[in-house]
Design a protein around this ligand. Structure first.
Ligand code: SAH
Ligand code: SF4
Ligand code: F3S
Length: 459
C-alpha cells in the first residue's frame, strides 16, 4: 500500500491554523540508525510545513519529538532518562507537545511503561505512524488528549516533505522493514515486513536532491540487496544503482546495509564499472563462527562471506570494507570469538562497528543461556577493538602520500581545519577555508591516525 502525503495537505492546514499566528518552535531528537535519521528529517519536513520553525534548543521548543531506537538496551535507557528530564520543561510550559516516536515506542511493553509512568508524554507513535501524524497532532492540539498510534499495517509513504538540512549529503530510503529475523534482532518486529519503494519514486527523489546541490547520496534499507524482490524485480538493486549512477550532479553514491546472503555478483560488477558508486562496502559479518552464524540465522557461512570479499577485491582492488560485529551472543565460546578475530585479520576491514550483544525480549536469542560471563565478554570486546585499531591504522598508513578527492562536510573543532570524507568514507581533516564546505577538493594525505587521516590541500 502506498499513501500519498499530498492528501494530507488539508489536515496540515488545520494544524497550521491551530498553532495561531505566533512563531512556534519544534525539534526532533534522533536516537537510531540512518533510517531513523531519515524518518526524523521527514518529521521535520512535516513540522515545517505545519508552520513550525525548527530548533535544537529543548527550552525553546513548543513541540519535541524523540525518534527512538530499540536495537540495544542502552539506547532505550538513554531515551527513558531523557523523557524523565522533559518533565520539568512541561511544568514550565504546559502547552508544549511531547511525542515519542520510532522503533522503541512500537513495542507494546514500552507503550505500557510510557502510559503508566510518563503522563507528560502526549503522543506515542510507532514506526508506521507517519501517515497519521498530521491527524494525531491536530487531535492533541485541539482536544488536549493523548494520542497513541502503533498501527501495524505496513505501507509506503510518498511525497513526504523532508528537511534535507541543505547539506551536501543526503539519505534516501529505498525500502522499509526487514524479513530476515536474525535471532538477536528486534528490527523485524518493530519495523514490519520488507517493502520497496518504486524505482521511479527513488529516482525522482535522487534527481530532486541533485537539483538542490546534493553531491553524495546514501541509499538506505535494512537489506538493500533484496530491493525490488517484492516488486517482482530480479537484480532490482543492481538496476537501481545503475540508474542512480546516471544522474548528473551526484558525485558519490553509497548504500547500506548489505546482507551477505543476498548480495549478487551483479551488484559488485555494477559498483566496479559505475561512474560514481564509491568503492566502499559495508558488509555486516556479525560473527566469524559458522556455528554462531547459524544460531543467529544469518543464512551464510564464513566461506560464502569470504568468497564475496574475494570477488569484491578482485573487481575493486581499492575497495574499503567495513562491517558490524556482535560480541557475546549468548552461545559464543572463546573458540567462536577466535573465529571473529581470524575474520578481522583475513578481511582487513578499514573499520568496524562493534556491539556487545544486548538481550531483546521477544527475539529467539533472548531465551538462550549465556555460556560466558560479563567480564569474559567485556575482555573479548576490548581485544576485538585492539586488533581492529591496529588493522585500521595499518590500512590508513598506506594512504600516506596519496592524493585523494574528498567531499568537504564542515569545519572541525580545531580552528581553521575542515573535515571531509574520501571516497572510502574515511575522515580526512585538512587546513582550508570554510567556503570549501560542500565542495569536492583534492587533498594529499600527510599523516595517518587510527580513526582519521590528516591531509593538505593540493594546489
Ligand atoms: N540490517 C542491518 C543491521 C541493522 S542493526 C544488517 O543486518 O546488516 C545494526 C547492527 O546492530 C547490526 O548489524 C548488529 O551488529 C547490531 N545489533 C542488532 N541487534 C543487536 C543486539 N540485540 N545486540 C547487539 N547488537 C545488535
Ligand atoms: Fe536485524 Fe538481521 Fe534484519 Fe539486519 S537483517 S535488521 S540484523 S533482522
Ligand atoms: Fe534503526 Fe534502531 Fe530502529 S537501528 S531500525 S532505529 S531499532
Amino acid at each position: 500500500m502506498t499513501i500519498d502525503f499530498k492528501e494530507k495537505e488539508s489536515v496540515i492546514e488545520k494544524v497550521k491554523s491551530l498553532l495561531g499566528g505566533e512563531e512556534k518552535f519544534a525539534m526532533v531528537e534522533t536516537y537510531g540508525c540512518q533510517q531513523n535519521v531519515n524518518d526524523s528529517q521527514k518529521y521535520e519536513g512535516i513540522l515545517e510545513k505545519m508552520g513550525y520553525t525548527l530548533t535544537h534548543d529543548r527550552e525553546k521548543a513548543d513541540f519535541i519529538m524523540f525518534n527512538t531506537c530499540a536495537v540495544r538496551e542502552n539506547a532505550e535507557k538513554k531515551v527513558f532518562g531523557n523523557i524523565g528530564a522533559l518533565k520539568h520543561l512541561k511544568l514550565k510550559k504546559p502547552d508544549m507537545v511531547i511525542a515519542i516516536a520510532g522503533c522503541m515506542s512500537q513495542q507494546e511493553s514500552v507503550e505500557k511503561k510510557l502510559r503508566r509512568s510518563h503522563p507528560h508524554v502526549d503522543m506515542i507513535l510507532g514506526t508506521r505512524a507517519m501517515a497519521d501524524f498530521p491527524e494525531a497532532l491536530e487531535k492533541v492540539l485541539s482536544e488536549r488528549k493523548r494520542v497513541i498510534n502503533r498501527r501495524e499495517i505496513d505501507y509506503i509513504c510518498e511525497n513526504v516533505p523532508t528537511n534535507y538540512d541543505g547539506g551536501c549529503k543526503a539519505f534516501v530510503s529505498i525500502m522499509y522493514g526487514c524479513n530476515n529475523f536474525c535471532t538477536y534482532c528486534i528490527v523485524p518486529y518493530v519495523r514490519g515486513r520488507e517493502r520497496s519503494r518504486s524505482m521511479e519514486a527513488v529516482l525522482d527523489e535522487c534527481r530532486l536532491l541533485a537539483k538542490k546541490g546534493v553531491k553524495e547520496i546514501t541509499l538506505l534499507g535494512q537489506n538493500v540487496n533484496s530491493y525490488g524482490k517484492d516488486l517482482g524485480l530480479t537484480e532490482g538493486f543492481a538496476t537501481l544503482l545503475c540508474e542512480v549512477d546516471k544522474i548528473d550532479g551526484i558525485e558519490r553514491i553509497r548504500f547500506m546495509s548489505s546482507h551477505p546472503k543476498d548480495i549478487s555478483d551483479k551488484v559488485l560488477e555494477t559498483m566496479a564499472t559505475s561512474r560514481h558508486i564509491c568503492h566502499q562496502l559495508h558488509l555486516p559479518l556479525q560473527s566469524g563462527s559458522d556455528k554462531l552464524l547459524k544460531e543467529m540465522n544469518r543464512v551464510y557461512n564464513t566461506e560464502k562471506y569470504l568468497s564475496i570479499v574475494k570477488k569484491a577485491k578482485e573487481l575493486m582492488p581499492d575497495i574499503a570494507m567495513t562491517t558490524d560485529i556482535i560480541v557475546g551472543f549468548p552461545t559464543e565460546t572463546e573458540e567462536d570469538f577466535e573465529g571473529t578475530i581470524k575474520m578481522l585479520e583475513t578481511v582487513k576491514y578499514d573499520s568496524i562497528f562493534s556491539f556487545i550483544y544486548s538481550k531483546r525480549e521477544g527475539t529467539p536469542a533472548a531465551k538462550m543461556d549465556f555460556v560466558a560471563t560479563e567480564e569474559e565478554i567485556k575482555a573479548r570486546f576490548d581485544r576485538l577493538l585492539e586488533v581492529q585499531n591496529r588493522i585500521s591504522y595499518e590500512l590508513n598508513k598506506k594512504c600516506e602520500g596519496e592524493e585523494q578527492m574528498v567531499l568537504v562536510e564542515g569545519v572541525s573543532r580545531e580552528e581553521g581545519v575542515l573535515t571531509s570524507r574520501n571516497y572510502q568514507n574515511k575522515i580526512v581533516n585538512f587546513k582550508g577555508d570554510e567556503s570549501l564546505v560542500g565542495k569536492m577538493v583534492k587533498v594529499k594525505i600527510t599523516k595517518a591516525q587510527t580513526w582519521i587521516l590528516i591531509g593538505e590541500m593540493c594546489e
